[in-house]
Every structure is written in C-alpha cells, then in structure tokens.
Design a protein around this ligand. Structure first.
Ligand SMILES: [Zn+2]
Length: 265
C-alpha cells in the first residue's frame, strides 16, 4: 500500500539550466517541470524586440510612403527641388532678415495656427526659392503635406479635371475637380505663388475663394507670394479672399535688387 505522501507531488524541484545554471521549478505541467525562468524571460524579450522591430519597419514604410506622396504633390518644380534655406543667397542684411523669418516660420510650422506669411517683392528677388524652401522643410522635416502652386497653375490643374469622374491609376487619388479642391483646401501648408499674375475669371476667383475660405475656416496656414502691392493683390483676388488671407498673416517685403539671371529667382 502506498502512502499518501508518495502520491503527493512535490511543491518544487531544483533543476539546472545548461545556460543559466540552477533554478527552482515551481510548476509542473502534466509530465514536465517548468523550464528555466531566465530562458523564458530571454525568449519573451527577444519576441518583444522582434515585434517592436516589425512595428518600427511598418511605421518607417508608411512614413516613407507618405513622404514620397507629399513630395509628388509638393508642386515644387525640378529647378527648385534643391531649394533650402541654406542655399538661399543672402549677402544683404535685409536678405538675412527675411531668410531668418522664413526659416523660423518653417521650423515652428504649426498646421493649426491659421494665418500665414506674405512674401511681397518684385520678380527675381528669391520669393519662389524661399517658398519652395518652406515647403521642402515642412514636407521633409515635419513629414507633413505642403505644396506650392502659382494661381494660374491652380486654375489650369482644376480645368484639366473638368468633367473627370473616375479615378486614374497611380494618380494619388486627386483626379476630379472636387478632389483637387479638397486637397488644396486641406493640405497642412499651401503656398500660393504669383498672386495677381493673372486676373482670373469669376469662376476661377470663386474656386480660389473656396480654397482660401476652407483653409481659413479650418485654421490652416496659407503662404502667399506676389510681386504686387497689397492694394493690387486685393483687386486681383477679390475683397473676400484678401480679407481672409490678410488676417493674422505676417507680411515680409523683399525689397532688394533682383537677382534674376544669378542664382535665385
Ligand atoms: Zn536558462
């Protein structure tokens, strides 16, 4: 007759791990004792590290994908793709002052701050370079959407989508006029170049106002660039757009001689 004690499972067993030496196994699963706790912890940590790495790779992939899309949609022309604050020609104190203001604007860019910047000055002083440098910074450093388009370009882009209904493959989902209006109205930073360069038709002004008004209502910043004086800009974009754009925007006047033909335009 076996005693009660012989049937009783011991509460623990001293065992030895090949790697970590002696340990006390406290759990018995059917026929085997629990393995080395250090081995289990190491295996758990390795699994967590692999999972974290997988997650990071996926996040990097998504970020890279978003960056590529934002770059495609940035509107920056080939000539200005390398435009940065570092390669802006600034020999005059006034140039350095404007450069500092633009750089600070980009570095502290807040997509919910509303307002924006006005860069006013004649052709050839570097407005487009600075505008592209701001967009480049926002897209590459903040990893946010940002784009720069001339008014005439926005009009042409909208016109090209007239009557377009469906989606075209590989077009970043901006196929119809409504989709483009929505994109321009919601991108974190919109820089509108050559304001007043063309006097738009009523329909074109209406579209421009739709974009500007939507951005204004959502507190999205808009940067405006023009070689006209404010009164002439008002006449070119209409009173309503002008008031929306002017509100809370900082005006920077670029009043040094033109560098057209030199490094910047
Ligand atoms: Zn072990």
């Amino acid at each position: 007759m076996t005693s009660q004690l012989e049937h009783e499972r011991p509460a623990a067993q001293e065992r030895t791990c090949d790697k970590h030496g002696p340990y006390t196994a406290k759990h018995f699963y059917g026929r085997t004792w629990a393995g080395c706790p250090t081995c289990q912890r190491v295996a758990g940590e390795a699994w967590e590290a692999r999972e974290a790495e997988k997650k990071q790779l996926e996040a990097d992939r998504v970020a890279a994908h978003r960056l590529q899309r934002n770059l495609r949609l940035s509107g920056i022309k080939t000539r200005f793709q390398p435009a940065t604050f570092e390669n802006f020609l600034s020999t005059l104190p006034a140039q350095r002052e404007i450069l500092t203001a633009c750089r600070k604007y980009a570095e502290t860019f807040d997509p919910s701050a509303g307002g924006g910047l006005w860069l006013i000055g004649p052709v050839g002083v570097g407005k487009t370079h600075l505008g592209c440098a701001i967009v480049n910074y926002v897209v590459r450093q903040h990893l946010m959407g940002g784009c720069i388009h001339g008014v005439h370009e926005i009009v042409a882009m909208l016109r090209a989508r007239w009557g377009v209904k469906g989606a075209a493959w590989g077009s970043d989902g901006i196929d119809t006029e409504a989709e483009l209006l929505e994109h321009l109205a919601s991108v974190p930073l919109l820089v509108v170049d050559e304001v007043g360069g063309t006097r738009g038709s009523d329909d074109e002004l209406k579209n421009l106002f739709t974009i500007i008004d939507a951005r204004y209502c959502e507190n999205l910043p808009t940067v405006l660039m023009s070689n006209l004086q404010p009164a002439a800009i008002k006449a070119a974009v209409g009173d309503r757009s002008y008031d929306r754009l002017r509100e809370a925007a900082r005006m920077l006047v670029l009043d040094w001689p033109s560098h057209r033909g030199a490094a910047q335009c």
